[in-house]
Design a protein. Sequence first.
Length: 83
Amino acid sequence: MHKTEVPEFIDAILATGTPMMAVGHDVYVFAEADVPIEDFDRVVNEVHGICERYGERDHLRYDIVAYLRQIGRFIDDDHSAQH
């Protein structure tokens, strides 16, 4: 994955119904999908496919966190969600 692909990667993940949040300034997480149980397997497969399509992203961790914070999807040290 390239740095320029970070926004479209995050948008693709969020479009599946899977919340993605920055935690502080150096960690991000995929939360449990907020979809009906009957759609869960489909969404998991979609997220897996997106991750496979974009490839390795460990080297972009700080860029992913920065973009998530920029769009208001973060939890700070006081554990209060911002979005």
